[in-house]
Write a protein of this length. Structure first.
Length: 426
DNA sequence: TCTGGGGTCCTAGGACCC
DNA sequence: TCTGGGGTCCTAGGACCC
């Protein structure tokens, strides 16, 4: 059996840990740039504040009901996430925990006897809540896809399930699948849901009973096959070893306002490159390819929001590197290649790929003195910036004023990573 | 003039996730 | 007026090779 442990309204819960006065109040958290709503407390859901909807559109509703609103504070969420995952690892054994996202982890439960599954699920929930202040839901079932179904129902029926639900018999599984729309199945997105409804397949139960070969043809090949198998309690998506290293590393941002000055675009690209290089060094890797993209500001207003066209360019570096200045130079040159005069841009990004381990780089007998100096410099910068969880030290090419920087007007304090923002007990 | 079949590698793009 | 950011995997198609 497999469990998925999923934090309830994670970002909102993090904010509430340090604002106990908001315990039963409607709370929402906004994306970067205060663009859309990315986390809602139950109370906010009940007020029909839309998920992933643009903030400005929901603003009247938010103001009317006095919904407490926060800009995203990733320093805080990252740190809280680490606490939750550490708790799980301590309780269930490191080797049984697969961190799946900032607020979710799969757990291999094969070593737990069937009759204890429920107690263990409950214990997990209670311990995390006690140690971190974060509420979680636990879904347990034979496969990952089914455990997600269980988790969703646990969360939806908090009163009856107390946030822990086990699907361990065919009867329970079928009943759960009948209550679940295909749209809500893990692995069915917007496009497939639309297709499925056209074929009159509306519930997860109906999907489960579809033919495997049909799925191969119509639901993205091997992905569709796995999905059906998992719904039929056959393991097709295994537990994964903790992924240590990312295969690509990206840093991308919207600008606070559209930008048509190439100088600012270059500053932004330099800044994102520094951040991406930092992530690269943290996992002790180097990259052989660097790409950038910029997105034009777009005029048309279709029913469904779409970004404007994105223009990209990339180059293979002669030698894989993680040294910031060696990456910034080509990145900024790429801007010259794709920037069009008199055009407004609203977003830019840097993508590092072809990532390999630091020690896999071919040793060069003639590594120059400067390379070594650069490494030491990088180390020093990383240490300072990491301890502050912010870029206190940066390269001049990143600009100092940063007119293009994103808006973040409603951010809470970085309670857990800054001394001067510690929580005060009066 | 006629012009095969099988393989690999790479890239772009689509689908999905949170 | 204002719509996030960071990932994964898979597939199709082109280039190239013998």
């Amino acid at each position: 059996m497999k469990a998925i442990v999923d934090c309830n309204s994670f970002y909102c819960s993090c904010e509430r840990v340090f604002r106990p006065d908001l315990a039963h109040q409607p709370v929402i958290v906004l994306s970067n740039n205060d663009g859309c709503i990315i986390s809602r407390s139950d109370e906010a859901k009940q007020l029909n504040v839309p998920m992933a909807g643009p903030y400005f559109k929901a603003k009247p509703l938010i103001e009317k009901y006095g919904v407490h609103t926060f800009s995203s504070n990733y320093n805080l969420y990252g740190d809280m996430s680490w606490r939750v995952m550490e708790t799980l690892r301590m309780m269930m054994g490191k080797e049984n925990v697969e961190v799946y996202s900032v607020d979710e982890a799969f757990i291999d439960m094969n070593h737990i006897p069937a009759e204890s599954l429920h107690d263990v699920g409950k214990k997990i929930k209670e311990t995390i809540e006690l140690w971190t202040g974060i509420q979680v839901s636990v879904g347990i079932a034979p496969t990952k896809v089914l455990s997600k179904v269980a988790n969703r129902l646990a969360k939806k029926n908090k009163k009856t399930t107390e946030c822990v639900l086990i699907l361990d018999t065919p009867e329970k599984i079928n009943a759960a699948l009948q209550k679940t729309k295909v749209d809500d199945v893990w692995g069915v997105g917007y496009k497939y849901a639309y297709k499925l409804h056209q074929w009159q397949i509306d519930t997860a139960y109906q999907l489960k009973n579809m033919d495997i070969e049909w799925a191969r043809k119509n639901l993205g090949g091997i992905m569709g096959v796995r999905l059906i198998k998992e719904l039929c309690s056959e393991i097709a998506i295994e537990m994964e070893d903790e992924r240590i290293n990312k295969k690509i590393i990206a840093t991308t941002r919207m600008f606070g306002e559209p930008v048509n000055n190439i100088k600012y675009i270059k500053e932004a690209i330099a800044t994102y490159t520094s951040r991406a290089a930092e992530k690269l060094r943290r996992q002790k890797s180097v990259a052989k390819t660097i790409g950038i993209f910029i997105v034009k500001k777009e005029e048309s207003h279709t029913a469904r929001f779409k970004h404007g066209p994105s223009i990209s360019a990339s180059i293979h570096l002669p030698i894989a590197t993680s040294i910031t200045n060696e990456l910034i130079k080509p990145a900024v040159q790429l801007v010259d290649k794709i920037f069009e005069k008199d055009t407004f841009y609203k977003k830019a990004g840097v993508i590092l790929s072809d990532i390999v381990n630091d020690d896999a780089v071919q040793g060069n007998l003639f590594v120059s003195e400067t390379t070594n100096k650069n490494r030491l410099l990088m180390n020093m910068i990383d240490n300072v910036n990491f301890s502050m969880r912010d870029d206190v030290l940066k390269f001049a090419s990143s600009g100092t004023k940063r007119n293009w920087k994103m808006r973040q007007e409603l951010r809470s304090k970085r309670y857990t990573t800054r001394w001067d923002e510690l929580y005060e007990v009066k």
